[in-house]
Design a protein around this ligand. Sequence first.
Ligand code: NOJ
Length: 539
Amino acid sequence: MPYRDVHETAWWRADVLYQIYPRSFQDTNGDGIGDLEGIRRRLDHLVSLGVDAVWISPIFASPMADFGYDVSDYRAIDPIFGTMEDFDRLLDEAHRNGLKVILDYVPNHTSDEHPWFIESRASRRNAKRDWYVWRDARADGGPPTNWQSEFGGSAWTFDDATGQFYYHAYLSKQPDLNWRNPEVVAAMLDVLRFWFDRGVDGFRVDAIHHLFEDENLRDDPVNPEWHEGLPPAQRLLRSNSMDQPEVHGAIALMRGVATCYVNERLLIGEAYLPIERLMAYYGIELSGFHLPFNFHLISTPWQPKCIAALVDDYERALPPGGWPNWVLGNHDRPRVVTRLGPRQARIAAMLLLTLRGTPTIYQGEEIGMADVPVPHNRIRDRFAFNAPAFGRDPERTPMQWDASAYAGFSSVEPWLPVAADFREHNMTIQSADPSSMLSLYRSLIAMRRREAALAIGSYTLVQASEHMLAYERRHGERRLLIALNFGERFEELESLSPPAKLLLSTDPERQTDGFAHAPRLNPQEGIVAELAPPEVVVR
Ligand code: NOJ
C-alpha cells in the first residue's frame, strides 16, 4: 500500500493491533485452556479480520496466581501454553502471514516462586535480598506504609523467616522487583533482548506506573473522592506508591534496547493515568514508549460531547511527534458490548477504527462478545475474591468460534464457562453474515488499510452535539467524514458539504445510495462518507 512507504520505519502507526488472551483463545491439547498451537491454528481468523499485529498476554512459566502476570521464568514458555518450539513455529507462521507478534513484559514484579525471590527471601544477607523491596515493620509492628495492593488489602506481606515485610503492588504472590538495583535493571533488560533476538516485534509493558515507590516510604493520602464504585485500592491517592519520576529513566533504558534492533521494536506501556500524566510516558524527546496505552475511551462517559472533549484534550496534550492510540477494552475491563449495548458497540467499533491513532482490538470484540456471568463456584480471578464487583473472569471467557461443543474452543469443559448463547453468537455464523459485527470489523479494518486518511491522516472535529459526533480525517486531498449518531432518533448532520458519498454504515438497513440525498443518520448509526476534495467545496 503506497502510504505505508512513508511510514516504513514506524509500522505501528498505520497498524491495527489485536490482543490475544491465550488462556481463552483456542485449546488444542484438551485441557480446557488455550495454547500457542491454538493461536497458530487460528491465524487465518486474524488474517481475514485484517489486523497487522497480535499482542499475546503472558505465556511465560508461571504458577498462574494471576494467570501469567506472575512470572517464574521470563525465558521459558509455560507448559500450559506449549513449548519453545511451539512458540517459534507460531512466530514464524505469523510472520509468514504478515502478522507482527508482540509479547507481554512484566517488569514490575515476578512470581514469589521465581528463583530470584526464593533466594531473596532466604536470608537478609542473600545476594539477591535487595532485588526486591524489603522493609522493616513500623514501630508498632505494622506494615512500613499504608500503601494498598491493587487487588485490595495492604501491599506489604510479612515474612516470618527473615522478619521483614516485602512490597507487592498486586498479589502477595507477585513481589515487586527493586528497579533501583542495577543488577535487576540489567537482568530485566536482558529479558527484552532474549525475546527480541528470537524475532519478537515488540512488547506491551505491564503495570509500568508501579515500577517505583517513594524511597522515603511516605504514606499515601486518603482519596476524598473515593466511592463504592471504585476499587478498594483507590481509597488512597497513591501519590507516593505509583507514577514516581524514576520510572521514566527505566523506560528510556527499555527503549534503548528496542531501538538497537533493525526495524526498531515496538514498546507499548500499560499505565492507567490521567492524560496529562500519561504524556510523560512518551519520554523526553520521545525516548519513552512508542505508545503509552490510552484507556480513556473505557472510562469516559459515552456521550458525543464527552468523547469529543476527550479526543481534543488527548490530541492537544500529545508531545510533538507523539503518536496517539485507542482501545475499547481488554482482559481487565468489562467488555464494550456489556458497557454500551450491541448497537452502540457498533458505533464504538467505528470510532475505534476511524480515530487518529493506533487501535487495539481485544479478542472477541470483533464478534461482539459480551461479559459472561460466572457462577460463584467457577470464579478464578483472585481479584474477585477480594472485591467481587471487580472480578475479571466475565471478560476472559473462551472465544466463541462455532456452534459445536464448548464453542469450538476446546474438547472439554473450559477453565471459564462459555457464553450461553454461543450457538447463535459465534465467529463462524458471523463470518457468513454481511450484517454481523464481524463483517463490520472486517470492513472497517479493510477501509483503514485502503485509506491513508484513516490510517495516518489529520483529525478535525466537525460536530459534537447531544447525540451526534462527527469529525473529518484528511490526508492530502482525501477527506473522509465520520458521523456517529449515539441517539435513538434520526439525526441531521448540521453541516455537510455536498457532495458526499457514503462509503460505510454500521446500520445493515441503510441503503448505500440513500445518503447523498438525505444527510441524515438512522438511530444509532455511524457512517463513513467521502467528502469532495477541498477545491470543490471552496467554489
Ligand atoms: C495488568 C494486567 O493487565 C493485569 O491482568 C494484571 O493482573 C496486573 N497488571 C498485574 O500484573
